[in-house]
Design a protein around this ligand. Structure first.
Ligand code: FAD
Length: 400
């Protein structure tokens, strides 16, 4: 594993950082006050400018309209984009579209690619991913209530989903539904493309999250499938392949998320250090002269550094050995980086005092919205348990 930043990665980092500093950071306080939907026209204009950098949907191969970055190269870019709450959106590599693009690229038919992948990569449409259900524990992904039954030339889908991020304004959903109820648990579900205009697809509303309902991409929807009929050809991959596809999607997806969280940590760290250097407790006595603040700075630096190396190592392992071989590393980074981010954000907020509570910096937004990092993409405990069991099995004990 090479720790040196390649010249290509250096250029990408610098150009993304400069773009965010000039075009995006100045928008952030307004974004916090007015919300995503009101600012959408401005954000769309920023997206048009981001396209000109050649790094729009950069994780997608050039043949499909992206910049063809490898997983590790994109990991570095994801860190840079993570420094702003809308960095990934502006460069069209935001969740859940980033994962849906990867699914379509890997498993989509020629038809599906031309109808859904192409406009998604070019930022003309958005999508959502509907798997989690209010009535069933998302931590047990093989237990789903939503079904898709064949009826002539169509799938008929019935079920109830929530936390469908970005469902408002999405052109289509990828729906995880049980198609083979009698098969082995991991072969029961399939992924099916459902255009959101389909009769029977209903967005019931956006969930209120930490006091905000959000809107458009920045929202988490509750969706009802009421006998939604879509052509059989809307199946992704094969029947019963839902979990295989989900596993493939989640490996690189966790690298993207974790590096985004490192970007959040770096921005929080920068804000903390700037404030510690500038804010005076008395004339000539900045906050940074206090040992407690120094300790927060040193500990944060060490934790961010360690977390970044863990993620880059996991990305390297996925690229060299595959997602299956890297499953332990993928679980380790998921809970380690989410917790690191929470600690770093907390220290930064504390250092900024009252200012940290305002929307003058993105810290408050992240504090509210990134607590969820320990829950989505598999709750921390699921990953902790998986890692511990794998280790203990190698010591010869039965852990289930
Ligand atoms: C902001 C956000 C965005 C999301 N976006 C999407 C999306 O776009 N599409 C989608 O389909 N889903 C999405 N989700 C849903 C997410 O994937 C689920 O919330 C997650 O899988 C956990 O499922 P659950 O909420 O049903 O919690 P549960 O499964 O009910 O678990 C509740 C708690 O139980 C504990 N727990 C669970 N398993 C274990 C265990 N083995 N050992 C010990 N404790 C355990 C954990 O602390 C966990 O937090 C999103 C969630 C959030 C918060």
């Amino acid at each position: 594993m090479d720790f040196a930043e390649s010249p290509k990665v250096k250029v990408i980092r610098e150009s993304v950082r400069a773009f965010l500093q000039q075009e995006v950071y100045p928008l952030e306080p307004e974004l916090a006050r007015r919300g995503f939907v009101e600012l959408l026209p401005v954000l769309q204009e920023k997206r048009r400018r981001a396209k000109q950098t050649g790094l729009f949907a950069a994780h997608i191969p050039e043949a499909h309209g992206g910049a063809g970055l490898s997983l590790t190269e994109f990991a570095h870019m994801s860190e840079e984009l993570g420094r702003s709450p809308v960095g990934h959106y502006i460069f069209n590599c935001q969740a859940p579209d980033v994962g849906n693009m990867e699914i379509l690229m890997e498993y989509g038919t020629t038809e599906q690619k031309s109808s859904w992948l192409n406009p998604l990569v070019h930022g003309e449409i958005r999508s959502c991913f509907t798997m989690t259900e209010p009535e069933y524990a998302g931590s047990n992904p093989v237990w789903l209530g939503t079904t898709a039954k064949k009826d002539g030339d169509a799938w008929v889908i019935r079920g109830h989903k929530w936390f469908s991020s970005g469902a408002e304004g999405a052109a289509f959903a990828i729906c995880m539904a049980v198609t083979e109820p009698t098969a082995a648990p991991h072969a029961r579900a399939s992924m099916i493309i459902v255009p959101t205009g389909t009769v029977g697809f209903e967005l019931l509303g956006n969930l209120s999250i930490m006091g905000h309902r959000g809107g458009d991409w920045a929202s988490h929807g509750e969706v009802s499938y009421q006998d939604a009929r879509v052509p059989l050809a809307n199946l992704l991959g094969g029947e019963g392949m839902g979990f295989v596809i989900a596993q493939q999607r989640l490996g690189p997806g966790r690298i993207h998320h974790c590096m985004r969280w490192i970007g959040i940590c770096e921005r929080a760290f920068d804000l903390m250090c700037r404030h510690a250097a500038k804010r005076e407790l008395s004339p000539g006595k900045p906050l940074g002269t206090k040992q407690m603040v120094q300790q927060w700075i040193a500990e944060s630096r060490a934790e961010i550094h360690a977390a970044r190396l863990m993620v880059l190592h996991a990305a390297w392992k996925i690229e060299t050995a595959g997602v299956h071989e890297a499953r332990e590393e993928i679980s380790l980074i998921k809970f380690t980086v989410a917790r690191t981010m929470q600690r770093v954000l907390d220290r930064a907020l504390q250092t900024l005092g009252g200012l940290g509570m305002t929307d003058d910096t993105p810290l408050g937004f992240w504090w509210a919205h990134e607590r969820a990092a320990r829950i989505y993409d598999g709750a921390d405990e699921v990953h902790v348990e998986a890692v511990a069991k794998r280790i203990l099995r190698s010591y010869g004990i039965k852990v289930g």
